[in-house]
Write a protein that binds this ligand. Structure first.
Ligand code: ATP
Length: 404
């Protein structure tokens, strides 16, 4: 009998052990399921939570509220959540508004504005004054006004003179304004940032002032740098009246640009060069001392400069002995640097079509004829070749057309 009792005890013991093991397994499974449930709950919360609205701080009001430009369009006056540090709300800060758009609930990490990152930023352009024909006086002025202050600021401090804050290059298109600015950046080992005035008006509608601020922020980050504003007349033309909202927007963009210029140290490491073909329509506010106070005229090249430009653009070409730059320069009276470049390319194509690797004087003469004729009659190609062969690139205002 006791033997039978023992075996029953053993059976129960084994049974309890099995049950305990099972319990532990179930316990572990329950914990795992709980974890999973929490994960799914969070996922559902995320899916159900309303999206926040992205905005950029424009200014902070004395009462602690902020004026922001929301990504949905309008400028809004909003409250600031108590847990947000008001010192971090500087103009240009990216923030998130709650769904009703009434309160700043989060400061977003600062990222580079996609508009700004799409701009032409060349860390170190590879152009020097030697690549620019003529314009000796202009090169000297730019050397003194920009390169020297950037590379040897001490010299100016010792002499007690202030270099200009901004230089305005003006003159007809295609005569080397952009090239000069790039060469200045390269020679002063500065980053070259190019923005185009008309893009503020057409591309960045409603964002002009902010983009100006962002551009200068980028320039300070990448200093030493040169901000090159091409077609500045698009944002700095004299205004007859500012009735429409578009004109007010342009005005705001200009005001922001002036504010940036005014806030600058002339011996700092950010310089501004602007360019225009229409100095006659510029707002005098932009030319006041302390702003673009050095005006540099970039004229069309004279005969001597044209010889140099021909020489520069044919540097990598194999030329026949009969090519005479002096005569080419004489034949291209009134041509711009861009025209001469187009002539050189065209001459290369004439040689190519005749299966030659050497470019002859006859190729140049034919190219001059073609480019200069088109310069006088910008749309000549349409009738000459028919619709399909309209030039791919056409420089503005009837300047040279290049077949690439
Ligand atoms: P735009 O007002 O149309 O912007 P721009 O005055 O800035 O014109 P650039 O863009 O500098 O003109 O010049 C256009 C092209 O013409 C240059 O890429 C260069 O190939 C040629 N070019 C113009 N001027 C010169 C020059 N003085 N020496 C050599 N090349 C020149």
């Amino acid at each position: 009998m006791p033997e039978q009792d023992n075996s029953i005890d053993e059976m129960y013991r084994q049974y309890i052990i099995r049950l305990e093991r099972k319990l532990r397994e179930l316990e572990a499974e329950r914990m795992e399921l709980r974890r999973e449930l929490r994960r799914y709950k969070m996922e559902v919360d995320k899916l159900l939570s309303p999206p926040l609205i992205e905005a950029v701080v424009l200014s902070v009001l004395p009462d602690g509220r902020a004026v922001v430009k929301s990504s949905t369009g309008p400028n809004l006056v909003v409250n600031v959540s108590s847990y947000i540090d008001p010192n971090k709300l500087t103009p240009g800060t990216f923030v998130a508004l709650n769904q009703r758009g009434s309160t700043i609930v989060e400061i977003l990490p600062q990222y580079e504005d996609p508009y700004v990152s799409a701009m032409e930023v060349v860390e170190r352009p590879r152009i020097s004054f030697d690549d620019i024909g003529g314009l000796e006086e202009q090169k000297r002025e730019l050397y003194e006004a920009i390169i020297l202050p950037l590379t040897k600021p001490g010299l100016f401090k010792e002499l007690g003179i202030e270099p200009p804050k901004g230089v305005l290059l003006y003159g007809p298109p295609g005569c080397g304004k952009t090239m000069l600015a790039k060469a200045v950046a390269s020679m002063s080992k500065a980053t070259f940032i190019r923005v185009v005035g008309s893009e503020f008006v057409h591309k960045y509608i409603g964002e002009g002032a902010r983009i100006v601020r962002e551009v200068f922020r980028l320039a300070r980050k990448k200093a030493p740098s040169i901000v090159f504003i091409d077609e500045i007349d698009a944002i700095a033309a004299k205004r007859i009246d500012i009735g429409t909202s578009g004109e007010r927007e342009v005005q705001r963009t200009l005001m922001q640009l002036l504010a940036e210029l005014d806030g600058f140290d002339p011996l700092g490491d950010v310089k501004v060069i602007a360019a225009t073909n229409r100095i006659d329509i510029l707002d005098p506010a932009i030319l006041r001392p302390g702003r673009f106070d050095r005006l540099v005229y970039v004229p069309p090249p004279n005969e001597k400069a044209r010889i140099e430009i021909f020489r520069i653009h044919t540097r990598r070409m194999r030329l026949a002995d009969d090519v005479d730059f002096t005569q080419l320069a004489r034949l291209t009276e009134g041509a711009t640097g861009a025209d001469i470049r187009a002539i050189v390319i065209e001459a290369g194509y004439f040689a190519l079509r005749s299966n030659r690797k050497i470019v002859t004087m006859a190729d140049f003469l034919a190219a001059i004829d073609k480019v200069m004729k088109r310069r006088r009659r910008p749309y000549a190609d349409v009738t000459e070749y028919g619709e399909e062969q309209v030039p791919v690139t056409r420089r503005n205002e009837g300047a040279a057309v290049m077949h690439m």
